[in-house]
Design a protein around this ligand. Structure first.
Ligand SMILES: CC(C)(COP(=O)(O)OP(=O)(O)OC[C@H]1O[C@@H](n2cnc3c(N)ncnc32)[C@H](O)[C@@H]1OP(=O)(O)O)[C@@H](O)C(=O)NCCC(=O)NCCS
Length: 258
């Protein structure tokens, strides 16, 4: 289990109330609504990052990336009592973003109309969301392990489709926890489970002590989180655009103890 307790001790004053893996979601806007607030949102980012966001030509791709970045910055700013442009994110060799010099871990995922992020103090975390849509099950032949395929193909109809996305998001959340991207073939490990309880059954590299949790966001999406910690907050927190822009005056879960 990866634990950075030395660093944590240095910072525990800041984090002593924050012990759970917290998961947040935000729905992107219609293109028309987004264009009304686009510049206001972009202005919140440090200049270089703003420029790099503008390379996205497809509005919803820009929105998903921008919402992920801003949601992460806002939440970290609330937790670490800092401003949203004060953070420096670094990327691992395979592209996983981290907060520089800080044992706070986070991971972002987006699909369709939703952007989600998981935060964990002191333990690595991975998250994946996918919109459920009809699939060619030949994908499973390529990406799933033998026993995952057996389990999947024992099911039919809607149950089979949902189980495909259960496995897909679980596998992605595990890969995203490890941060290895697709350099680790998806068929080299097996996840099994039922009724929302999943575990890592085998991994040709090493069977890690990881925990999975599924969250129910809306019917046509699957959302899975993986961490070395097993302290998952039961509640999925759904944010709105006002939170990103900080047009909020009431207490929220993020600052209710202040
Ligand atoms: C890049 C990858 C990490 C996630 O890809 P994805 O599922 O398309 O994208 P998600 O929306 O879940 O996650 C994207 C975010 O993950 C983060 N990320 C990027 N590289 C990462 C890595 N190596 N590890 C963890 N997180 C990473 C970034 O914050 C990124 O956000 P950004 O695109 O706005 O910068 C990688 O696992 C991948 O390419 N997967 C392909 C999907 C696939 O074929 N799956 C088959 C499943 S059966």
């Amino acid at each position: 289990m990866k634990n950075h307790s030395k660093d944590y001790l240095l910072l525990q004053n800041q984090f002593y109330r924050w012990t759970m893996i917290e998961v947040y979601a935000i729905k992107i806007l219609s293109e028309q609504e987004f264009l009304k607030v686009k510049n206001e949102l972009l202005a919140l980012l440090p200049g270089e990052l703003r420029e790099s966001m503008l390379r996205y030509r497809i509005v919803n791709v820009l929105q998903r990336s921008l919402f992920g970045e801003l949601m992460t910055r806002r939440i970290l700013a609330d937790k670490l009592k800092n401003t949203i442009d004060s953070f420096n994110f670094i990327k691992s060799e395979k592209g996983k973003p981290y907060l520089e010099k800080n044992p706070v871990y986070f991971n972002i995922s987006h699909s369709g109309e939703w952007v989600v992020a998981a935060f964990c103090n002191n333990f690595e975390v991975g998250i994946d969301i996918e919109k459920i849509k009809p699939v060619n099950f030949e994908i499973a032949e390529r990406f799933f392990s033998e026993s995952e395929k057996r389990e999947l193909f024992s099911k039919t109809g809607d149950e089979k489709l949902k189980y495909f996305f259960d496995l897909w998001t679980m596998k992605e959340s595990y890969l995203k926890l490890l941060g290895k991207g697709l350099t680790k073939p998806l068929s080299t490990f097996t996840i099994s489970g039922s009724k929302g309880q999943f575990h890592l059954f085998s991994d040709v590299d090493s069977v890690q002590d990881v925990n999975f949790r599924q969250y129910q966001l809306v019917d046509d999406y699957k959302l899975s989180v993986c961490s070395y910690s097993d302290k998952f907050d039961d509640k999925l927190m759904i944010l709105g655009i006002d939170y990103l822009i900080a047009r909020r005056f009431g207490k929220t879960k993020l600052n209710e103890d202040d």
